[in-house]
Design a protein around this ligand. Structure first.
Ligand code: AMP
Ligand code: ZN
Length: 463
């Protein structure tokens, strides 16, 4: 079965067909680096990573881009409130650049710890301001945008397809709108492409509309088009991005370029905490570093995430995480036994399992099902062939299944009688009485013990 993915745009599972035969171009909305990314955010990037791995597993080359938002993401999605970067800078008495650098470094360290392959390109918004200004200029020139006292806004009513991703209805939104904060906006859903900066705003750039900074949505359009071209194959993000951020990306990109710019929109569901929303603003989220301090490895967390399909909500509790840790350790231990075995498994059996695995991951990234197949496989009699197949599958799981724990030495209680016989045999060997030594070895074997001669003497093992 070829790869099928759920496309938010058509609300159906579709066959995946890339624009170019052998290369897939994908873009993922990256972090806003005003504060440490929490484990809910990390779930979004594990989803991005799994998608990329499954594309590679299918033989595609993948060019992936993930932006770093270091300017322009305001506190409110309605284009009001402070810029998140400026707020952190003010509170911590640092520059936005210092904060962005610290957070971005930690973010990449977390990705590495979670075996999330770093995307091919990870551009910063602040390095792409001229590209954004060009798009805003073009949208103004084409009549899709207008200027107000505080910025340049996109006029959503000029784009007939506005709402096609989320199903949002502009008419209903207009009549149901509360008193607008910005009374110069022509429609409540109109969004800022560019904001004019107050003199005390730290991050600001010269533009045809005076000093200012970009809106959050334009950043993704500028960077995806710059690094991937348009159209490209896949755009990912969390489901919270569907109604505003991605709807706006579609509107501005399609009006700018007069064509469809993304073929497949894929969205990851949220991670909840004790059944409720986990988010930085609610202050109920954990960082990867906190899980590590509590004795969980990053891969325990990755394993925990892989057990739930990316389009299902995932409830985080420490009970569930502890269960994942136990299962992951048991998986490694069982795999070690397979790795050490010299037995073989019938090729047809392996092929049937391998096909089942491919079908699962190609069915809209059904990794939980693939994990079920893995557990079924490793219950078969121990064989190194099984371990080799699992290593192939680990290219998708990314669980470092090639790094197996050392064998735990079993502590056995050796009865005194056995120790005495072994000592007697050592004396016989020292006296070069080989006949007696062999006899004593036989006696020990019959009693269920094996003697291994070592440089310093011997070791006793249970047979
Ligand atoms: P942000 O840094 O807030 O822009 O979020 C970065 C990414 O994490 C986005 O793709 C969000 O959709 C995603 N995200 C935020 N909160 C959660 C959550 N609780 N569970 C899963 N993904 C989330
Ligand atoms: Zn984005």
């Amino acid at each position: 079965m070829g790869l099928k993915v759920f496309n938010t745009l058509t609300r159906t599972k579709e066959d995946f067909v890339p624009i170019f035969d052998n290369i897939v171009r994908m873009y993922s909305c990256g972090p806003t680096v005003y504060n440490y990314a929490h484990i809910g955010n990390m779930r979004a990037y594990i989803f991005m990573d799994i998608l990329r791995r499954i594309l590679s597993y299918n033989g595609y080359k993948v060019k992936s881009v993930m932006n770093i938002t270091d300017v322009g993401h305001l506190l409110s999605d309605a284009d009001s409130g402070e810029d998140k970067m400026e707020k952190s800078a003010r509170e911590q008495q640092k520059t936005p650049r210092e904060i962005a650098d610290t957070i971005t470094k930690q973010f990449f360290d977390d990705l590495a710890a979670l075996n999330i392959a770093r995307p091919t390109v990870t551009p910063k918004a602040t390095d792409n301001i001229p590209e954004m200004i060009e798009i805003v200029k073009a949208l103004l020139a084409k009549g899709y945008a207008y200027e107000t006292d505080d910025g340049i806004y996109f006029n959503v009513e000029k784009f007939a397809d506005y709402g096609k991703l989320s199903g949002i209805n502009l008419e209903e939104q207009k009549s149901g709108a509360r008193v607008e904060v910005n009374d110069q906006k022509q429609h409540p859903a109109d969004f800022a492409l560019w904001k004019k900066a107050q003199p005390n705003h730290i991050q600001q750039w010269a533009s045809p509309w005076g000093q200012g900074f970009p809106g959050w949505h334009i950043e993704c359009t500028a960077m995806s088009n710059k690094y991937l071209g348009s159209p490209f194959d896949i755009h990912t993000g969390g489901i919270d991005h569907i109604p505003i951020h991605h709807e706006n990306e579609i509107a501005q990109a399609e009006c700018w370029l007069d064509k469809k710019c993304v073929n497949y929109w894929m969205h990851g569901e949220f991670m909840l905490y004790d059944g409720g929303k986990m988010s930085k603003s609610l202050g109920n989220c954990y960082l990867l570093s906190q899980l590590i301090e509590m004795g969980y490895s990053p891969l325990n967390f990755r394993y925990f995430c892989l057990n739930t399909h990316y389009r299902q909500k995932l409830n985080f509790t420490f009970e569930n995480l502890a269960a994942a840790k136990t299962a992951y350790n048991r998986l490694l231990e069982t795999l070690r036994q397979h790795a050490e075995s010299t037995d073989k498994t019938d090729a047809n059996t392996l092929k049937a399992f391998d096909d089942e695995f491919s079908d699962a991951v190609n069915d809209d990234l059904n990794v939980p099902m693939a994990l079920g197949i893995l557990w079924k496989l490793i219950k078969l009699p121990k064989s190194s062939d099984i371990y080799s197949l699992v290593l192939k599958w680990d290219k998708v799981f990314g669980l470092s299944l090639d790094k197996l724990p050392e064998k735990k030495e079993e502590k056995i209680n050796i009865p005194d009688e056995i120790v005495e016989l072994a000592q007697e045999r050592l004396t016989a060997r020292k006296n070069k009485d080989w006949a007696k030594s062999d006899l004593l070895r036989d006696t020990l074997n019959k009693k269920g013990y094996e003697i291994v001669d070592t440089k310093g003497g011997y070791e006793i093992k249970k047979l």
